[in-house]
Design a protein around this ligand. Structure first.
Ligand code: FUC
Length: 811
């Protein structure tokens, strides 16, 4: 169903009338006021550091904090420079950035289905007939001509996908004050609660903010050390087309429609509703605000929803959903909401404990620690970074919600960088790299659900564009599961995004041994493989089977284009895809003929080749050293080394040496996610010190903002997830029935322990080390597979039963 903007606004107004409110404001699409306005001029005293070691904390509100700019990178906008000092909370679906102002508190709000546009299908109807000629041109080496034909006939219409958008802001205004004492704001990763506390005169104020996965609300609790001291005004604003209305005694409703994007009109409705529940004092709904004066304490509950039900069904009723959510939540006392939230968060968060050692530096404010991390002496900051990555995944990707996008869940813009979408030529996959090894398998559910949707929209694209069976997705997708090639000829015509995503289904099985899940996932693996059985073509020189057209993500080769037949990365992804599909079919006892066919096709894929500089070739031709940017951020051809295992130190030493050479040529420093990928790769090479030296760069102000968000200037969350994955990868690696203990331990972490990691084959792994040597490991089997443990050159085989636990000291 398509709704016009005017009729949607009329609906929103009618809705506001129906609940007894007056429509008083229709927000203009302007940015929210800076939260620094009317800040106290003096911050005195020194707040004590928080007790818990897994806490990010600061001595100033985000707006008063010294300005940040990532060093050695393009400048970011002033609003963004403030936003990356605010602290993220989320329940997988509802997110907020908490700024921690004393006079003006701002919560920038997100709901994970509030994207622009509506259901659409961008396949270019001319693509099918143009593709044979494109293939011929690329096989003939006429790359520029091939690129032009793709641009003219193959790329999607519209050319861009839909962006993820902000819902707006909740603003709380407290009485003006000139001076505060002992200010502190923090984010406790252990409880998933953001806190602000300070003293004005003889009154101590505390604010707690959480996003509950249990009650599906963002909840704010305001308390003071003396009765009658809580006074504030609550308002909302948004750059969306929306109305805000207050109704007595304490409800604020913002209702509207999502944004249009080129070629697709906004078709969703959304509503954000706030209940202000004050204890004592007076609550008044006036204009478009709720004011509370002289209360003892107050709780604010924020519910938000859109009409999105699925990528093809937008008939939800956000008003009814919010009313139901709030009716349940407001019956609960604050402590019940808080306790249930903490319990559910800790169910996931507590599964992994990491200790890399701690020094007095761990008591300092987080922003100061980031400035000094590369000086050494603060190993606990790496622990905090690791657990922050896990916290972000728990907060942005929970069953039933959308997968973590380029900014996870947090975005203040209507038009964020790269649309804050799902870029699947590295970024979305990287978001999920830490999920299985760091024991957050449930967090992968939204990704799996998205892949299932894509088997549907991607089947349409496979048929209409390529006349092929199965399903295909190119380098991006969005809320509407668009799957055609977008953006431009240097990035869009890459057909292997869906195949890479499908590998995550196999991984989900590999870490759990859950055959019921595998049976559900198998059709997606099979469909991904079938698409390539139908579309791979024989290249004329060696008669290898290759993708065509394709590209090595976003890298321009020396022939002046990016498009080519058979880039190395495609071949590596397909080798894994066919292997996993065959394996799954064997386990499930299905599709004997397909297994034989996939094995034969796999044998004819172009191999990974070693070039004249000793490097792993990125393309079929030995072009690497002539490429326009030999330090390019993508290291796509090293997919085989990480995340894949097809190139590894033991089975393929020559290719591993070539991958190392490529990595050396590319260099250590890149943008956020690309830096994180390099750390994972060096961990796979078994070089902990090199991995650690790059971690120093990732965890410096050059790539980490004060709130620990990753700088891909401005911000992209994949570097956080890739960094967390890399730390796990330095401590434990698992593949092919083998678990390697401390494969890349740096000298900087001589003693430590980790508990609760997961390994392939269905194992929980704990281990500790001292003086750089393994002390002991404990491995618990949850699937009953045998395992080989490896430490250095020592190995030992254990024929494990399900439920069995063994310990091994590495000799
Ligand atoms: C890929 C990367 C960019 C950016 C974008 C979202 O295109 O090459 O650096 O991360 O995704």
């Amino acid at each position: 169903m398509r709704i016009s903007i005017s009729s949607a606004l009329a609906c929103a107004a009618a809705l506001a009338m129906a609940i007894g409110a007056t429509v008083v404001a229709q927000n203009a699409p302007t940015p929210p006021p800076a939260s620094s306005a009317a800040s106290p001029s003096q911050f005195t005293g020194e707040a004590t550091p928080p007790e818990g070691p897994l806490t990010l904390w600061y001595r100033q509100p985000a707006a008063d904090h010294p300005a940040v700019q990532p060093v050695g990178a393009p400048a970011i906008a002033a609003a963004t420079a403030e936003w990356v000092k605010a602290l993220p909370i989320g329940n997988g679906r509802l997110g907020a950035m908490v700024f921690g102002g004393v006079v003006n508190e701002r919560l920038q709000l997100n709901e994970d289905t509030l994207w622009a546009g509506g259901p659409y299908d961008p396949v270019n109807p001319d693509a099918h007939d143009a593709l044979p000629e494109v293939r011929r041109l690329l096989f003939d080496g006429k790359y520029a001509e091939g690129a032009k034909l793709i641009a003219d006939k193959v790329l999607a219409k519209p050319l861009r996908q839909m962006p993820y958008q902000t819902m707006g802001n909740l603003q709380l205004t407290f009485p003006a004050t000139t001076s505060v004492e002992n200010y502190r704001r923090d984010l406790d990763l252990d409880t998933a609660i953001a806190r602000v506390e300070y003293t004005i005169g003889d009154v101590h104020y505390t604010r707690e903010v959480l996003s509950s996965p249990v009650d599906q609300v963002i909840a704010i609790r305001l308390t003071a050390s003396q009765p009658g001291k809580i006074s504030f005004k609550t308002e909302m604003n948004t750059p969306q087309r929306a109305t805000v209305a207050a109704s007595a005694p304490g409800t604020l409703t913002m209702a509207g429609v999502n944004g249009d994007a080129p070629g697709v009109k906004g078709a969703l409705t959304f509503e954000t509703r706030v209940r202000v529940l004050a204890q004592g004092g007076k609550t008044v709904a006036e204009g478009s605000a709720i004011s509370v004066t002289g209360a003892d304490s107050a709780t604010l509950l924020i519910a938000a929803a859109t009409s999105y039900k699925s990528y093809k069904d937008i008939t939800g009723n956000p008003h009814e959903l919010n009313a139901k959510t709030l009716a349940t939540a407001e019956k609960k006392p604050w402590t019940a909401i808080r306790d249930a939230h903490i319990k559910e968060h800790q169910r996931l968060f507590h599964r992994v404990q990491l200790d890399l050692g701690s020094t007095p530096a761990a008591r300092r404010p987080t922003d100061e620690r980031i400035k000094d991390f590369s000086g050494g002496g603060d190993p606990q900051l790496a622990t905090l970074y690791f657990q922050f990555g896990r916290y972000l995944l728990i907060s942005s990707s929970r069953p039933g919600g959308q997968p973590a996008n380029l900014q996870g869940l947090w975005n203040e813009s209507m038009d964020p960088p790269w649309g804050s979408k799902y870029t699947i030529n590295i970024n979305t996959e990287m978001n999920y790299w830490p999920a299985e090894p760091t024991n957050l398998a449930e967090c992968v559910d939204p990704l799996i659900a998205m892949v299932m949707d894509l088997t549907d929209t991607g089947a349409r694209t496979a048929k209409e564009m390529y006349g092929a069976r199965g399903w295909v997705v190119h380098h991006n997708t969005d809320l509407w599961r668009a799957s055609a090639p977008i953006d431009g000829v240097g990035s869009g015509p890459w057909p292997t995004g869906g195949a890479w995503l499908a590998l995550h289904l196999w991984d989900h099985y590999d870490y759990s041994g859950d055959k019921t899940f595998l049976a559900k996932a198998y059709p997606a693996l099979k469909g991904a493989s079938q698409f390539f059985v139908d579309t791979l073509v024989e290249e004329p020189k060696h008669h290898w089977l290759v993708t065509n057209p394709s590209l090595s993500p976003e890298n321009t080769h020396p022939m002046g284009a990016a498009v080519v037949p058979g880039p190395t990365m495609d071949m590596q992804i397909l080798r894994d895809l066919f292997t996993d599909t065959i394996h799954a079919a064997e386990i499930l006892g299905l599709d004997g003929d397909l297994r034989t066919q996939l094995a034969a096709t796999r044998a004819r894929l172009a191999p990974s080749q070693i070039g004249s500089a000793g490097q792993l070739q990125e393309w079929l031709e030995d072009w690497d050293m002539q490429a326009r940017d030999v330090h390019h951020r993508h290291v796509s051809h090293l997919f085989g080394l990480y995340p894949s295992w097809q190139i590894n130190r033991r089975d393929t030493p020559e290719l591993t040496a070539a991958a190392k050479k490529s990595l050396e040529i590319r260099g250590d420093q890149a943008t956020g996610w690309a830096t994180a990928w390099r750390i994972n790769l060096w961990a796979r090479l078994g070089d902990g010190d090199h991995a650690f030296s790059i971690l120093n760069f990732l965890l410096s102000p050059q790539r980490t903002y004060p709130d620990m968000f990753d700088a891909h200037p401005p911000f992209q969350i994949d570097g956080n997830f890739g960094g967390a994955s890399a730390i796990a990868e330095m401590l434990v690696q698992s593949h092919n029935g083998e678990i390697e203990l401390l494969p890349a331990l740096p000298k900087a972490w001589p003693a430590g322990s980790i508990a609760g990691l997961r390994a392939r084959g269905g194992f929980d792994v704990d281990l500790s080390w001292k003086d750089g040597k393994l002390l002991s490991s404990t491995v618990h089997s949850t699937a009953g597979n045998p395992v080989r443990l490896r430490y250095g050159t020592a190995t030992k085989d254990f024929p494990m039963k399900k439920g069995e636990t063994i310990t091994w000291k590495g000799f």
